[in-house]
Ligand binder design. Structure first.
Ligand code: F6R
Length: 261
């Protein structure tokens, strides 16, 4: 894993945007496939991507995107659906074609069949080139809550009380947070060719330390990333605060910069 220690969310956003830029420019004529997370963690990266697009430095015209997850039974048009979230916070501000932004249909009559369809659609599109991830305070990625199979595919999951409480800030009350979601599985996420996870703030410190330094296991689903050959983890000071080998990661980062210059 490559660990990048940053001062704050803005610097973290620039690191993620750099990886997106690399992915877009190295994609063949078919264009790049981005995997997009929602929630607050990637917002600084999305702002940076929008700014680079507006300055003419990045184009998403040939790209497509797959969202990680969606609430079950929340209408797409609801302002907290992930479909609306990604439109509002990224895709309506850039040149990615609307019909190339895909998400699981939370209102599908048969959510189990919808999960299988979505999983197959990602594969049919050739897979994800760069998956952007946040992490839950309990170590979830996507909505693969603790106890998720490390090889799981896209499916319906029940949120933990912790995640419902964490996400209640986006709704008028915790009772309004949907309990069920459709989420890419850990096995699905692991098929992305490159993954970047971004985390800021003290509430993520325990999960970040477990992900990077803890034993592999379903108690902290993000630990599955230890098995991926191309993962970058971008963390600010607070989110890095429980890492035992923080100074070693800083040393590697300095050495890498020296080699580049
Ligand atoms: C969102 C998602 C989740 C979030 C995680 C962190 O699409 O899949 O795993 O990334 O819950 O949420 P924030 O960033 O709001 O702290």
């Amino acid at each position: 894993m490559e660990i990048i220690l940053v001062e704050d969310a803005v610097e973290g956003g620039r690191c993620v945007a750099d990886l997106v830029a690399e992915t877009l420019s190295s994609a063949g004529s078919g264009g790049a496939t981005l995997g997009l997370a929602t929630g607050s963690s990637p917002l600084a990266a999305y702002s940076e991507m929008i700014a680079r697009f507006e300055r003419g430095e990045m184009s998403f015209a040939q790209a497509r995107a797959f969202l990680l997850d969606e609430y079950v039974a929340l209408p797409r048009e609801h302002e907290q659906s992930y479909w609306s979230f990604i439109r509002e916070n990224l895709t309506r501000h850039i040149d990615i074609p609307d019909d190339q932004v895909f998400s699981p249909d939370g209102e599908a009559e048969d959510p189990v069949a919808e999960a299988a369809r979505y999983d197959a659609a990602i594969r049919a599109a050739g897979g994800v080139d760069l998956q952007i991830l946040g992490i839950g305070s309990n170590g979830h990625i996507g909505f693969n809550e603790p106890s998720s199979s490390l090889v799981s595919r896209t499916r319906v999951k029940t949120l933990t009380q912790q995640t419902i409480a964490d996400n209640a800030r986006f709704f008028d009350s915790p009772d309004e947070v949907p309990v069920h979601v459709l989420t890419q599985g850990l096995g699905t996420i692991m098929e992305a060719r490159r993954i970047v996870l971004t985390a800021t703030g003290a509430s993520k410190a325990g999960a970040v330390a477990a992900t990077i330094e803890g034993p592999l296991g379903a108690h902290c689903p993000a630990t599955v990333l230890q098995m991926h050959p191309a993962v970058t983890i971008v963390v600010d000071r607070e989110a890095a605060s429980e890492l035992t080998d923080r100074e070693y990661y800083r040393f590697i980062q300095q050495q890498k910069r020296r080699l580049e210059h």
